[in-house]
Design a protein around this ligand. Sequence first.
Ligand code: FCB
Length: 433
Amino acid sequence: MNTIKEQKLKSLSLQKNSNKGFLWGVATSAFQLEGSPYADWATWDSILTLNPKVTNHYELYKEDIKLIKELGLNAYRFSIEWSRIQPTEDTWNESVVQHYQKIIDLLNDYGITPMVTLHHFTHPVWFITRYPWHKKGCIEKFIKYIDKLTDSIKEVDYFITFNEPYLLIMGGYIEGCIPPGYKDFELGIKALKNILLCHSQIYDLIHSKNKNSQISIAHNMAVFTPWIKWNPFDRVLTKIAKRFYNQSIIEGFLNGKIIIKLLTLKAYEIDAPIKGKLDFFGINYYTRIHMRFNPFKKLFIEFRHRDIDGHGLTDMGWEIYPKGLKKVLRYASKLQIPLIITENGIATKDDNKKMKFIKAHVDVIESAIKEGIDVRGYFYWSLIDNYEWLHGLDARFGLYKVDFKNYRRIPTKAASFYSHIIKSRNFSTGKNE
Ligand code: FCB
């Protein structure tokens, strides 16, 4: 900023984008839209070697952001792909940083509040092979990157440090189905601790650079229920899942300690310096999971879905359970900070089903706000169809359908429907004023 006039303009645009009203947005992640040849995921799933540019958003970003504008949204959550900025250890590609800055500038010009996710599952290959999250050096490398990145990136207040850290640990360290592909619970606990240490350091770091910043993680929450109501084993599993998956991190933010107790007798206690290190709480909510005790499964746990309430299943087989959003919001409100639904969406080729899904979840938010829960935003996942982790290109979450052969974006009926919902609901009541 050079002149006083420019500074005033800047502060005006920040006010325009500040958290006064409800944030109506869409969420995406860089890798799922644009791939990256330097990321661990690039070769993890063969579909990506056939479609390395995925939706080609890296080149078509202007067109896509225009879609957000046309929908009348006032917020956009997206991520910055670390592996493009540091394709090899200790290198730095500033032109990529400037590419993401252009996205931020365009959003601000349109009056759309940017929310930047700093880590959304992917890593540079060099990092995950030499410094995976359970090993020495990972914190230093990641913080160094974030420090330099946040020196460059301007005009953003909202940050998500990590997207779904528990999913990363479960997939990457327990199941071993996503990078780094370990199957070792103890390593997973170490990795989780390091990730939380990073969150804590990044929280302080960004706040020291930008007093207006609003920082959270995006925590995946689900409703858990026993597969058979009266079965004591299923009930125990349900309790454990709820505690571990939904609640333990919230307890961590409340008192700086995460206690993880699975079926084994040993309880893990993680001292995590994250107490109070949140300005809002980001919740990704999709479904209800039915817990079934199965002696032939790992840790005796089987996760199942079935349609009980008649809302149906998504194309990925997930149960549609809008009521559950209220349940997780109620629990998270324990944190006594604003809540933002940083992801919620449905994979379906049926436009009517997509519209019903959106309406049902927005209705739940409306009733949660009436109940006094401090909800400040809703981000539909996702703007356009994209790569879905381990599921390929056929999980159609987009408000816009993508033709992956020619990268054309085609509106679904849900696009104009979502646009209509935004205009017809007034969520500036409640605690948002
Ligand atoms: C969430 C992820 C997001 C997307 C949706 C469908 O768990 O955060 O990247 O894949 O699921």
